[in-house]
Design a protein around this ligand. Sequence first.
Ligand code: ZN
Length: 508
Amino acid sequence: MIATAKSTLDELCAFVRETAMLESIQSLLEWDERTKMPVQAGEYRAEQITYLSGMIHQRRTDPRIEQWLDELVASPLADDPHSDIGTTARQLRRDYDRRTRLPQSLVEALTRQSVLGQQAWVKAREENNFRAFRPCLEEMIRLKKEQAAAIGFCSQPYDALLDEYEPGESTERVAAILAGLREQLSPLVAEVVATGKQAPIEILRREYPTSKQEAFGQAVAARIGFSFERGRLDVTHHPFCSGMGPHDCRITTRYDAHFFPSAFFGILHEAGHGIYDQGLRSEQYGLPPGSYVSLGIHESQSRLWENFVGRNYSFWRYFFPQAQAAFPSALAGVRLEEFYFAINQVQPSLIRVEADEATYNLHIIVRFELEQALIRGDLVVADLPAAWREKYREYLGIEPADDADGVLQDIHWSAGLFGYFPTYLLGNLYAAQFYDAADRQLGGLEGLFAQGEFEPLLLWLRHNIHQQGQCYSPGELALRVSGQPLAPTALMGHLRRKLAPLYGIRCG
Ligand code: ZN
């Protein structure tokens, strides 16, 4: 019995690994398309990718998978749900079920609407014309409701959409956590604004030659643990991180010669994603124990290195002299305290991707509440721009003058990504809890950072998070690693401790 189950497992894993190889080839084609490909190659590249996608979809929904899984779970091999085999069986079943529940016609309709939606969005945003985008968004929402119904859900359709990115999470739980965060964060931001204190951000807008930024960013990324022997850094419009094999993870950034933070913190962010990718177990590549567990946990790794480490005072005690040497004309006479305040400025703004570490979360809460209402049917698309403005007024104290800087600023909804936004915020919450746990267990991280020592934190993340793959759900992982279920407490504590001395506000 065990011997047969063992050979079933081998067959299943070989099949899934082969599919993962096809996916890695697709990633490589997509990376090339976004970084190096000549313009006129676009059409044929689309054909190549569509061809591969079709092949991958066929393999991922191959009925043999179900047979193999049925045989496997009937044996004792997969009994322990957190073992590698148990995890493989559970997660492959989840993936198979989700994919096979969707009728082919719906998959095609969603793909088509996503392409059309993104095209319409680009134009509508340029022309600041929400009305032109409205029919596309309405159609997409109709399809997403259909998708949720086909997949199935516990209490509301949004559950099915959220579950795609954050397995095991429920709308109700996330809504409660985010509402709890908003109740504390909105007043904190208002308190900061009321001080009228301005950080010296002019420092960051001086001359930072691109080639120097690249060298400095690369050196810092390597120092914190991103391996350039198993990865690389290139330039793109929209920065991303993409894995294309167990030893090949590539990150990208964009440079602004007159604004230091965008490339530098962008590199730290993507390197954080890359460090997670490089920390997955390579011998399990393509299988669930060697795969990332959720978008929220992935984002926790990027935010941890970008914000908790990269915007930490001790980090800059170590790196600031190097930055001054790299950018003498910009930073020669600048004090570390001034620079630190500048990179930690908090100010409500309209654009999510430019937001600071604190207000960023409010941008996400606005989107989460609105998209939930859209999927529930409590909000119609025609009323979306007004609802957007109202929430910005309420949570951030500002509102956009037009829709281009408001409801049209993100590509997500046009591409059908509903349930995706909250994972950015979950990432911040997870990061805060992980950071606190590492700080406790390693006996204080700041002392290490000030010495340029990042390896203890890296190894801690490797052991506690990266090498766990999908063996635990994101919620289980948070509980195991931090001893606490996910809550706003750690993130609020972090923000208050940082902002109190900078803005002269109360600490608790
Ligand atoms: Zn990210």
